[in-house]
Design a protein around this ligand. Sequence first.
Ligand code: NAP
Length: 254
Amino acid sequence: MTDLARPLAGRHIFITGATSGFGERFAHVLGGLGAKVSVSGRRVERLRDLVAALSARGIEAFAVPLDVTDLAAIGPALDAAEAELGPLWGLVNNSGVGGGTSIEKETVENYDWIMNTNVKAVYFMAQAAGRRFIERKAGGRIVNIASIAGLRVLPKLSIYCISKAAVVQMTRTMAIEWARHGINVNAICPGYVETEINRDFFATEAGQRMVAKFPRGRIGKVEDLDGIIALMLDPKSDFMTGAVVNVDDGQLLR
Ligand SMILES: NC(=O)c1ccc[n+]([C@@H]2O[C@H](COP(=O)([O-])OP(=O)(O)OC[C@H]3O[C@@H](n4cnc5c(N)ncnc54)[C@H](OP(=O)(O)O)[C@@H]3O)[C@@H](O)[C@H]2O)c1
């Protein structure tokens, strides 16, 4: 019988971009539900602090420094995580970058930075996890963090929107191809939630004006994804794959 308070007990979940924002929060939420969490990102000091905070709560955690755009480093990073915490059961493909300008002013550098981080790295992280799941024949879970930007057009964020639309379609293609292997692939499309990715913008007058136009006149907090991340990784959600769920306080509707 599953321990209802700890549905993820003993399950190893690897989280990219865990040094801030959603990723850091996911580590606490999933760890609190019993998961063993490998937390990754480039800022090593932050990883150390996070592992200390998780350990203080009795959560088994391991820090894996990783730049996801260094594709050759992905396999060894998963190997190191598995050597420490056991076979992987879930991947949260969360790392991402954003920023842009009007299309006529965009640069190749910005395009490559966003697409390499938000699309290419997400694809090859999922491939590396998927290969392990397939080989072991025990299934697995992948949650991709897309955005409402993948479902609608946001001003001066063309490359970001393209990258997140790619994550949405990537989720669906992986869900179908890997269905027979027992691998569930789902995506969350968050609305605007205040984190390091957008904090500076929302401190401006233009940012405040934007928030005022949201259906509830408010921006989200990282806690607002606690429910959906737990649901997508819960073993009881086995019938859920290929889902693309917007969690946005209704922002997509405006
Ligand atoms: N906040 C929002 O409103 C919002 C809305 C929709 C979707 N999202 C998506 O949510 C995800 C998390 O973003 P956030 O809002 O939590 O922003 P954040 O606080 O800026 O977090 C982004 C994370 O991505 C990591 N990252 C960036 N480039 C990386 C790289 N090359 N290698 C490894 N890690 C990298 C960063 O870690 P290091 O710098 O330590 O490497 C950081 O931990 C992103 O995919 C973002 O697009 C955010």
